[in-house]
Design a protein around this ligand. Structure first.
Ligand code: PLP
Length: 485
């Protein structure tokens, strides 16, 4: 049964108050503030304190997060992140970015140490911590690639090769950075078509952007050959490391031949996300690209970490001050508390969990790419389509079981994709619960498909028109309700 939903304005009751101010015990003064500045009283609702508390607590309970339950949103790595790190970050709250360098020295040391740690995990030589998100990191890395080609007077390199399985941010960032995005079709097994890549590279190739494991959760077997082909053609290879969660301590993009990459600290390194951030998308490069990284860059001088502004080849600043510093603190705390072995274990558990889930679902749903997966995998409704059941129905039904839906209809190369990424922080019991729910849903799809088509039933709103909500959002309370004030 759908619970009725009321705006706070609709709960307004004129004779209820959450606060009761004492009567004025000093002479009333008029004219302190010009009348024109005061304007009219705001039409704020009036509620008792308990109604107010219940309203907002109720809203918070409708907000699904990792703290509520499993959140297998593929590619987004919605894992549990230790609360301790939030508390550690709070110790830096008083640090104003305009303090002088000596007062900020601990912050610089932390950033330098985080740069070193990320280099060790990724096999890169230097990281900038400025970019605020994965897509921002992509843009930064692509600008670095452009500067590299320009410095070599290699002005014709305008094409960025991107597999059709890539995250949508890849072609968007390439276009923003002034490149022409050229799509590479994947092979039927989900990997890069090496022959097609050989045909596609030329003296116009600026580079290739690759996600490995890709968005199907598959590790690119021919990765060394792929990066070699691009290098031989004079291009650079960009690694989309948003999902480094799959390979930490196991394989390094730097060793695979990648020249530039970003990681999403808000996916793999201890910052919760969803709801818009903040995040951080540090960009790492190989030695020959360091001069182009954003300035200032945190460098060691006379044994002390300091921002270096004297970087004539730099693409310039991409973010104010020291990036989203709190996120950097959490990432550093996360890496230190897990250590090298812990990071490796996290990746192993992420891959194990994904394969466990895949194994117990592949007989009731269709697995378009069979075989072992990495941190995530893609299913489709398969034969359930014949009952008129689509990926969206399954995703919506999962909400009624208390789980967040998987990513759906992405990657674009799989019709009706449902992409699951359980992450390493789910226990076996949690995974079994998710498997049970998904198997029940598959069963219901056969016996009572109509009930799935109206799911979810436990939320205030069932199936909003997502296209209209995105194109024509209504972000103010409907007039009829504020009228009642
Ligand atoms: C999440 C993600 C991105 C984009 O990261 P944002 O921080 O959301 O900008 C890019 N590529 C892949 C593979 C991702 O999963």
């Amino acid at each position: 049964m759908r619970k009725p939903y009321k705006l706070i304005f609709e709960k307004h009751c004129i004779d209820r108050r959450a606060a009761d101010l004492p009567a004025l015990d000093v002479p009333k003064m008029d004219g302190l503030v010009p009348q024109a500045c005061l304007g009219e009283a705001l039409p704020l609702p009036s509620l008792s304190e308990m109604d107010l508390v219940r309203h907002y607590t109720g809203l918070s309970r409708r907000n699904f997060g990792v703290d509520n339950g499993s959140y297998p949103l593929g590619s987004c790595t919605m894992k549990y992140n230790p609360k301790l790190n939030e508390e550690l970050t709070a110790h830096f709250n008083d640090l104003h970015p305009l303090l002088d360098d000596d007062a900020l020295s601990a912050a610089y040391e932390l950033q330098f140490a985080l740069d070193r740690a990320l280099c060790a995990v990724c096999g890169m030589d230097k990281f900038t911590l400025q970019p605020a998100a994965g897509a921002h990191g992509e843009l930064t890395g692509l600008m670095v690639m452009r500067s590299y080609h320009n410095m070599r007077q290699d002005f014709l390199r305008a094409e960025m090769l991107i597999p059709d399985a890539a995250h949508g941010t890849n072609p968007a960032s390439a276009t923003m950075a002034g490149f022409k995005a050229v799509e590479l079709k994947s092979l039927p097994d989900g990997g890069v078509d090496v022959e097609a890549l050989k045909q596609a590279v030329s003296e116009k190739t600026a580079g290739l952007m690759l996600t490995n494991p890709n968005t199907l959760g598959l590790f690119e077997k021919n990765i060394l050959e792929i990066t070699q082909i691009v290098h031989d053609a004079g291009g650079l290879v960009y690694y989309d490391g948003a999902n480094i969660n799959a390979i930490m301590g196991k394989a390094r993009p730097g060793d695979m031949g990648f020249d530039v990459m970003h990681v999403n600290l808000h996916k793999s390194f201890g910052t919760p996300h969803g709801g818009g951030g903040p995040g951080a998308g540090p960009v790492g490069v190989k030695k020959e690209l360091i001069p182009f990284l954003p300035a200032p860059l945190i460098m060691k001088k006379n044994g002390r970490a300091r921002p270096d502004y004297d970087r004539p080849l730099s693409i310039g600043r991409v973010k104010a001050f020291n990036g989203n510093f709190g996120v950097l603190v959490k990432a550093y705390a996360y890496i230190l508390s897990l250590g090298a072995d812990g990071l490796r274990e996290a990746s192993e558990a992420a891959v194990l969990n994904a394969n466990y889930l895949r194994h117990y679902l592949k007989d009731v749903y269709e697995l378009p790419y069979d075989g072992l997966c990495m941190h995530e995998f893609v299913l489709t409704p398969g034969a359930l389509n014949e009952q008129g059941i689509h990926n969206v129905d399954i995703a919506k039904a999962l909400i009624d079981y208390g789980y967040h839906p998987p990513t759906i209809s992405f990657p674009l190369i799989v019709r009706e994709a449902m992409m699951f990424e359980p992450t390493e922080t789910e226990s076996r019991e949690d995974l079994d619960g998710l498997i049970y729910a998904l198997r029940q849903i598959a069963e219901t799809a056969k016996t009572d498909p109509d009930s799935l088509r109206s799911a979810p039933l436990t939320t205030p709103v069932g199936r909003p028109d997502e296209t209209r909500a995105a194109r024509n959002p209504i972000v103010i309370a409907p007039l009829s309700s504020s009228d009642r004030l």
